[in-house]
Design a protein around this ligand. Sequence first.
Ligand code: SAM
Ligand code: SF4
Length: 330
Amino acid sequence: MSSALIDGFGRKIDYLRLSVTDRCDFRCIYCMAEDMTFLPRQRILTLEEIHRCAELFVANGVRKIRLTGGEPLTRKGIVGLCENISAIPGLNELVMTTNGSQLTKYAQPLADAGVKRLNISLDSLCPEKFKAMTRVGDLQQVLNGIQAARQAGFKRLKINSVIIQGHNDDEILALTDYAIENQLDITFIEEMPLGHVGRSRDTSLFSSDQVRDNIAERYTLLDSTENSGGPARYMRLKDHSATRIGFISPHSNNFCSTCNRVRITVEGKLLLCLGNEDSLDLLALLRRYPLSDEPVLANIHRALNNKPEKHHFSSDGDVQIVRFMNATGG
Ligand code: SAM
Ligand code: SF4
């Protein structure tokens, strides 16, 4: 049973972001509240159900899967899950987004399990600020993790940095220098208003244009037509060809017209759009039809018809989406 996943606006869905946990060993100030309650085990997808989702979507045209969370490396059995998903016929690329805290242990096993690329979050190179932004994280552990990923042979490693005014907007050049020195790509992300994180986001938005102006003080940025199939716009740096600079700008640049992705949260909700609450309860369907994919797929097709044309985040930092990023699968 196979049929391409096309939404109501003719966009073909070939990219699935799968959240494998809502838990995390960090508490980043833009992602979570300090005091979080996590989902009980019976309300989350089992590893087998996650694998079944992956198979179902790959059989219907998905070519790239990103595992995310929460922190994917906190999920027990993650390496075996990667092995199983990367072996699904038809999948071109299994990739992961991680905070890097456990990569010294996991980089090689992930590479061996068929994970092709890693995005690693890094918002600061100053140990105190890093701790303040993650509330608990240890910078050195993450830097060691990045080196472990390089040694494990990962190509095109990418750093993700969320820039927040008054917290790390003075580190844009340092982060860029670090990316260049280590031949990494780096993407700067505007903060999205997902969930009540216990601080006001009113005055903290730092736009991609501001980031670009800051980088231009030291480097010559060159326009690029490169596209990773995602929301990031890329630029190159004159004299530093090994590093691409990406910008994810949900506030200032609407990337919805070419959106090719859907998300499955660890609760089994199929989310059609990051900036929208509409979802399909896949967990219920998977458990109602344990042996037959057909009714599950029929519901997915129906839901896709409702994928919104575009999202809109207002720039005043108001929370319009009550779920947190860790529960969304950022
Ligand atoms: N724990 C992993 C990590 O931090 O890389 C994976 C999950 S995390 C939710 C995925 C990405 O979402 C990270 O790069 C993180 O910086 C980003 N993120 C989290 N909350 C965000 C927010 N409110 N706005 C923009 N990006 C956010
Ligand atoms: Fe954890 Fe990633 Fe959210 Fe930070 S951004 S709290 S590392 S899930």
